[in-house]
Each structure stands twice: as C-alpha cells, then as structure tokens.
Ligand binder design. Structure first.
Ligand SMILES: Nc1ncnc2c1ncn2[C@@H]1O[C@H](COP(=O)(O)OP(=O)(O)OP(=O)(O)O)[C@@H](O)[C@H]1O
Ligand SMILES: [Mg+2]
Length: 182
C-alpha cells in the first residue's frame, strides 16, 4: 500500500465485509501537533474479545482466500514505523472503531494520496451505506454527507460517471479550501 488513502480504503473494505450500514470517517490533520489522525467507526458485526485481541496479527482472518488477514497487520506496522498509534475496539454484534495516527513529519511517512478519489469512489460504489466523512485541519473543517451534499451540488442521482467526477471535485476543492497537506 503506497499511500495513507490506500490504507483507509482497505479499512473501509473491512467495514463493508462486516455488513456495516453506517460508516463514520474522520481525518484530523495538525501540523502544530505534527500528526495525521484517522478514525473509522462502523455499525457492522463487530468482533468478540478473542478475535479483537489478535485481529491485527499477521495472517489472522475470518475470511476465505489466500493471502488474507494482512490489512490490519500492515496498517499497524505502518503506524509503528511512523511514531503513531493504533487502537482497535469493538462491541461484538454492534460496532467497531479503529483509530490510528502517523507522525506528519516522519521520514518514512507515506503520502496522503487520493483521499477525494477514495471517498467518492467508495460512496458511489456503496450506495446502500451511509457514509459520513469529515476532514479537519487547523484552517477549517469539511464534512461530507451525501444526502445534504446531493441537494447542494445537484448530485441526487449518482448514476453516471460525470456525477462521480463531480463528487470527487467537490471533495477535492473543499480539501484544498481547508488547506490540507498531502
Ligand atoms: N470493521 C470490522 N468489523 C468486524 N470485524 C473486523 C473488522 N475489521 C477487521 N475485522 C476482523 O479482523 C480480521 C482481520 O482483518 P484484516 O483486515 O487484517 O484481514 P482481512 O480483512 O481478513 O483480509 P485482508 O485485509 O488481508 O484482505 C477480519 O478477517 C475480520 O474478522
Ligand atoms: Mg481487511
């Protein structure tokens, strides 16, 4: 995974696989505190204590298929390499919350990557999931929740490729407005 956005997408895939109907994504970026902080919360199936305690170990998975059980492990290793933290919590049968940070100025830190693309693509391809997205910088905060944005930007249908492009553009412009850093 080359960017922080790739890691985020991987974590969102876990939420989908857990059957989430609502996902909250928060990114807080602070140059003053020298940190990128990510939080993903979902209302999927959750994990019991045994699975929770080992979910981020290499190769641990409840899914069929080769080479699985790497997503959380790779993310956790990445946070450790960048003086960050990794905190996974869950209510079995109800919800999961994952919070992780990386040091902004860490020499090994991956670039943020295409956040607007990841968020727009994800929303577009999971229309049955309510996605709340928030990005905060020291400048300002931007929140994206499709039902309210759809009205504002005429994105109601979300059917065509041009709607997807428009959504990406809206998110990208707002990230630039709040002076996000890549
Ligand atoms: N949001 C979540 N809700 C419920 N269970 C989760 C969630 N995220 C991870 N898990 C559990 O933790 C296990 C390990 O997750 P991880 O992302 O490391 O691997 P994976 O998703 O199984 O495979 P990979 O990410 O390599 O495709 C999952 O198989 C799943 O059982
Ligand atoms: Mg995974």
């Amino acid at each position: 995974m080359e960017t922080l956005a790739h890691h985020l997408l991987d974590i969102l895939t876990n939420s989908v696989e857990a059957g989430a109907t609502e996902i909250n994504i928060t990114i807080r970026e602070s140059l003053e505190k020298n940190v990128f902080r990510f939080v993903v919360e979902d209302d999927g199936c959750g994990m019991d204590k045994t699975l929770l305690s080992k979910a981020a170990d290499k190769g641990v998975t409840t899914k069929a298929g080769k080479n699985r059980g790497m997503g959380l492990y790779l993310l956790k290793s990445m946070t450790e390499e960048n003086e960050g933290m990794f905190q996974l919590s869950s209510h079995n049968g109800k919800s999961t919350r994952l919070e992780w940070t990386v040091k902004h100025s860490s020499p090994k830190r991956k670039p943020l990557g295409d956040i607007s693309g990841v968020i727009a693509d994800f929303i577009f391809s999971h229309k049955d999931i309510d996605v709340f997205f928030m990005y905060a910088t020291e400048e300002d905060t931007f929140s994206f929740y499709l039902p309210s944005m759809a009205y504002m930007y005429n994105l109601e249908k979300m059917e065509s490729g041009s709607d997807l492009k428009k959504m990406k553009k809206v998110i990208q412009k707002n990230l630039e407005r709040i002076k996000y850093n890549k």
